[in-house]
Design a protein around this ligand. Sequence first.
Ligand code: GLU
Length: 525
Amino acid sequence: MRNGLSKDLIARVLGGAPKYTLDELEAKFPARNLPDGAFVTRFAPSPTGLMHLGGLYGALIDCKLASQSGGVFMLRIEDTDTKREVKEAVDIIIDSLNKFGLKYNDIPEYGPYYQSQRKDIYHSVAAYLLEKGLAYPCFLKPEEMDEIRKKQTSAGFATGIYGEWARDRDLTEEEIITHLDNGEKPSIRLYSTGDPNKRIFCKDAVRGSISFPENNEDLVLIKSNDGLPTYHFAHLVDDHFMRTTHVIRGEEWLSSLPLHYQLFRMMEWLPPLYIHTSTIDKIDAETGKQRKLSKRKDPEANVAFFMADGWPTDAVLEYLGNIAASGYEEAKMKGVVKSFWDYEMKPKKIPMSGALFDMKKLEWWAKEYIGAMTVSDLVANVIAWANEYGDDVNKKQIADVDYLTRILSIERDNPKRVRKDFITWKQTLSEIGYFWNELFVANTEYEFNSDLLRDFLATFNEGDDKDTWWNKIVAIATARGVKNGDVAMNLRVALTGRTNTPDLYSIMQVMGKQMVSERVEKVIK
Ligand code: GLU
């Protein structure tokens, strides 16, 4: 510990007197009034302009653990890197959370939720540390730090500002004043008393107790250029005063855990319980090896991809939920629970590494999900997608809602035998494309038997019920000495261009007399 600074000097160092004392902050953000065991979690993205699938995975875990325990899930925007464009990037995050139905609670009492608006709070805590001699103003310039780094590297020392390298650690008040009078702006650094030869024990809810060498670096808490906090300091202050109980964050932060424990201990605050989540991986198509999803290489790394391509957001969530809580799929298949929100997730079972996200597996979740939907929900989702993301042809497909509904109703009346060929809203519209002349692709490879089709047209009556219709097909087959299936296949391909479709009778009913006759006539030679 060094000598603390006087109140006047603290005000000069921070560019203004602190607004609050620690006691005032404690009173302003009191302990939350929640049931025992309630989780208070937060999703704390830095607005970079893209929402990563790993971010959505973390936010889902945050939201789920809070909601199943009667707690609170917050969205906190970590916008302390002022060089980045924020507004649009925040919109992307909020829009993604809304579309995926992850509801956060932004009651004003514990806000503001943008770090850039919390400067008063950070400065108040920094003032406390300066007063206690737990932090100090550092006037090292970038060139000087470069110089230090070079010396450290050539001498084989660890780089960073620590111990004897921390030039300004023990400046006197007079020396500080001289720097300030020179117009220099300091950063505020931690006065670290950690000893790397000793170990600090930290807790991760999944990994258990982990020990690390103590931190001896005088890390920057408040940056000199804009007076905003670093991640480490903002995390300490925000998660304490927002009364976060569980910090769920990416495993890249695991190595910062000893520093964070050090900061919480220094403040005599109880640290939250940490859960460091695995990266989201895929199997690389070229190498066959598992690797982290890459923003550059993998479209699915970006959450916007799932919306633009019309994946049912709930199916994506179900799959991510199953990655986080591996027993979920089994419970759902057994019918024990209906959705991930009904399944009790165990924080201890969140995977520590290698969480694999496989698009083929997602297809399965999506098929199951759409298969279980009601027609009206399916129609509503397809329409909503087409309105926002669809092209002109898609818009045409949704123009006649009644027609669309009749098409999507095919093979949905028997809950035991629901068709499972729809994967995304976009693919659903393309799958049923043959119901529109603009999208119908005639099959030029199939060898039609014109005699069968002529016979069909001769007896075709749109009003026939299914049995009558089928009996006519059987009659044609018998008369021509072919199989019943041959007649049906000729019809199927003539009408849809495909050899594999849902129930043919239903398709014809929806298409109507004119479309059926025209398509059959077209292939007759
Ligand atoms: N802004 C940090 C990130 O995006 C937040 C980490 C955390 O959740 O504490 O990685």
